[in-house]
Design a protein around this ligand. Structure first.
Ligand code: AVJ
Ligand code: FE
Length: 431
């Protein structure tokens, strides 16, 4: 096997180990629905195998379906998450057997496939990148399910670097063009393409994500009860939901506590805030006299290298993520303290843009000019419009294989079970 094939095989093994670890639990925990927002964990497990069968075995290799009768159950578009517990889903053992059988054949296909072939699904191992990233994204979803279940199983206490209290609050990004999206990253999704030139006026963007201390100050100042700060739809959400703090926060006397994977602990004031909706992020920004960055502002501050006139794959350059550069891959089940990654800074000096928390942007999930759906409309295209807000950067729960400066995630503005925070921006005064 050549280098690319070895790398693909290693990534396939790593992501499967991850999925199996996240589903090492009693059957009841795997079959139960912990929240109407989420699938039973064992649905995710069999779904990633079914997706892998569909794309690698059937579409790329033309192999006859192994279990065509289960396709319907694992079609995310046919059955919304809230209905999935009523489906005749495979039990945990049956699901493991099924996905293991798929995987064995996938490794045979990998062995035989020509990665230089003209077929776009084969070229550079695209179809393998598709299923590897898909499985990692579901693994992150499974972590959110675990967090909602309040079961302690997946808490991890890996070391994270200490925070750093020094440094400017904001970084300046001068006016000028940059390249948004990518033309060269072989495993990029259709929604990251095509690369295109975007001209932005000058702006300031926070050097770091908004921290729990700053967010608590917003709460203390009565921010949740002051309609001035809220988007009209956000105010309605605030009234209907009764939200008074980030999800998983509770208050006792003068102390804020949070429950993280079944453990209740004081809110660490030096960590980025997480589990806030877009509406909360937007309200905080208005209270602070700021706004959320647009998606383009976020990407330029994160990935553009003005001296070289090119886009970087990660804020610090093109080298793969390391533990001293970013908090990715579920090393510890939390964001790192603010300022923990000076070596991971972008060319403009913005830090913690990749890892720690997904960051809400002010933009709707929309296609780039010249977008073409590939390989299927239901990955991105059906979500474009004014329903979903874009999230950037990846969280502590995201794997490096599914994170880069051009990667786009999206969700409804009311969602907060995902590992999401934000940073603020503002226009630069015109000279
Ligand atoms: C890109 C994270 C919004 O989980 O709904 C999973 C990824 N697409 N299976 C999602 C996805 C198909 C998607 N997000
Ligand atoms: Fe999926």
């Amino acid at each position: 096997m050549n280098d690319i094939k070895e790398r693909i095989a290693a990534e396939l093994t790593a992501v499967r180990d991850r999925s199996l670890t996240y589903t090492e639990a009693e059957d009841d925990l795997l079959l139960r629905q912990h929240s109407p927002l989420m699938s039973p964990l064992v649905w995710d497990l069999a779904h990633v195998g079914n997706y892998e069968e569909l794309w690698v075995l059937r579409e790329a290799a033309g192999i006859t379906p192994l279990r065509p009768e289960i396709d319907d159950i694992y079609d995310a578009f046919k059955h919304p998450r809230k209905d999935r517990p009523t489906l005749p889903i495979l039990g945990p053992d049956e699901a493991r057997t099924y996905i293991g059988g798929v995987r064995g054949r996938v490794l045979d296909v990998l062995d035989a496939i020509d990665l230089e072939a003209a077929a776009p699904l084969h070229r550079d191992g695209f179809v393998f990148g598709l299923v590897i990233q898909h499985e990692h994204q579901h693994d992150e979803t499974m972590l959110a399910t675990w967090q909602l279940s309040r079961s302690p199983g997946l808490v991890r206490d890996g070391d994270l670097p200490p925070g750093r209290a020094t440094g400017p609050a904001e970084v300046y990004v001068p006016a000028g063009p940059f390249q948004m999206g990518t033309a060269t990253l072989p495993w990029a999704y259709d929604n990251e393409r095509p690369a295109h030139r975007v001209e932005l006026p000058a702006y300031w963007i926070d050097r770091l994500p908004v921290g729990n201390a700053a967010y608590a100050a917003f709460i203390e100042s009565g921010g949740y009860d002051d309609q001035r700060w809220w988007h009209p739809a956000g105010w309605r959400w605030r009234q209907e939901s009764g939200a008074v703090a980030p999800l998983f926060w509770t208050r006792e006397g003068d102390t804020w506590w949070r429950t993280r994977f079944g453990r209740t602990e004081p809110v660490p004031m030096d960590e980025p805030v997480q589990h806030v909706s877009w509406y909360e992020a937007d309200a905080y920004a208005r209270w602070a006299g700021r706004r959320l960055p647009t998606e383009a502002e976020w990407e330029k501050a994160c990935g553009w290298d003005p001296a070289a006139g090119r886009a970087r794959k990660y804020p610090w350059g093109d080298e793969d993520p390391r533990p001293d550069l970013a908090n990715l891959g579920h090393r510890a089940a939390r964001p790192a303290p603010l300022g923990a990654y000076p070596a991971g800074a972008s060319a403009y000096g913005a830090e913690q843009m990749v890892g720690d928390v997904w960051e809400w942007t002010g933009s709707w999930f929309q296609p780039y000019p010249g977008f073409r759906s590939f390989p299927y409309k239901e990955y991105s295209e059906v979500f474009f419009g004014q329903e979903y807000r874009v999230l950037r950067g990846g969280s502590w729960a995201a794997d490096p294989a599914a994170v880069r400066t051009t990667f786009r995630n999206w969700d409804y503005p009311i969602r907060r079970q995902i590992f999401t925070g934000f940073r603020c921006a503002r226009d630069a005064e015109r000279a």
